[in-house]
Design a protein around this ligand. Structure first.
Ligand code: ADP
Ligand code: MG
Length: 252
């Protein structure tokens, strides 16, 4: 192919006013292509995620559902930059996460991410309030961390528990501290893996409400849950089976 020397390259930049403008396309915050995670090698290899393509718009809230072992937590850990795919690409906010060095990835997580993972526990030697404050500090919040931490604990109903160590809290209370820690920093991306798993229905609703409020103020939310009621309340639901997306629907 050779170019036409008489063609004016600026022509393509002029809008054609006879055509109505396209509605704005929402920017994808998360763009996963062919995301694959294989555990083990050879005859013992097992595929936890199998060529997952997933695009999530900025400010979107997506519930990830599926039976136990379908790859939900694996997907969540990769999107959160805690695990890496064995194949495929993951771009978040224009950054190619799967190629990032470990130290850069750790900084990226500290700046952009809120996580509530069942096995990502609180720091045992810090009080509930200090755990939340540390999250704010890592996110680069410089002022009023103590007050913001107290306010976040108040929102999960733990205003009076700020001075307790994790060991002095029940499992459900610890989970709410983890939610307060993630929510306080108003992250660009929140990845929550069964955030209501050890909560009674009252506290589950409070936590779900907080997460939905975050999405309403611009945070992109990936909510992993096996609770069909919660999943149905999310604006979009992606279903996994055997590491593959089998359904992706937006609530009418
Ligand atoms: P879910 O969260 O939907 O229950 P997971 O993502 O935890 O599913 O697991 C998906 C598959 O990957 C399962 O078959 C599980 O056994 C496997 N898997 C997860 N973590 C590991 C690991 N650390 N080592 C080996 N296999 C794993
Ligand atoms: Mg899981």
């Amino acid at each position: 192919m050779h170019s036409n020397p008489t063609a004016d390259p600026t022509l393509i930049l002029r809008p054609d006013r006879s055509v109505p403008p396209e509605p704005p396309v929402p920017t994808a915050l998360v763009d996963a292509r062919g995301l694959t995670r294989v555990w083990g090698t050879g005859s013992t290899a097992s595929t936890a995620l199998d060529h997952v393509d997933l695009t999530i718009g900025a400010g979107e809230m997506v519930a990830i559902v599926g039976p136990s072992g379908s790859g939900k937590s694996t997907l969540g850990a990769i999107v959160a930059g805690i695990d890496r795919p064995t194949a495929g690409s993951l771009v978040i906010g224009g950054t190619r996460l799967d190629r990032m060095r470990d130290d850069a990835l750790a900084r990226w997580r500290a700046r952009n991410l809120g996580i509530v993972f069942q096995d990502f526990s609180l720091i045992p030697t810090l009080t509930a309030a200090e755990n939340v404050e540390l999250g704010l500090e890592l996110a680069g919040v410089r002022r009023h961390r103590r007050a913001q931490a107290r306010a976040a604990l108040d929102r999960v109903g733990l205003a009076r528990m700020g001075n307790r160590l994790p060991a002095q809290l029940s499992g459900g209370e610890q989970q709410r501290v983890a939610v307060a820690r993630a929510v306080a920093r108003q992250p660009a991306l929140l990845v929550a893996d069964e955030p209501t798993g050890s909560l009674d229905s009252h506290n589950g609703e409070i936590v779900f409400g907080l997460i939905r409020d975050l999405a309403a103020t611009g945070t992109t939310v990936v909510l992993i849950t096996h609770d069909p009621v919660l999943a149905a309340a999310a604006p979009r639901m992606v279903s996994l089976v055997d590491g593959r997306i089998v359904d992706d629907r937006v609530r009418p």
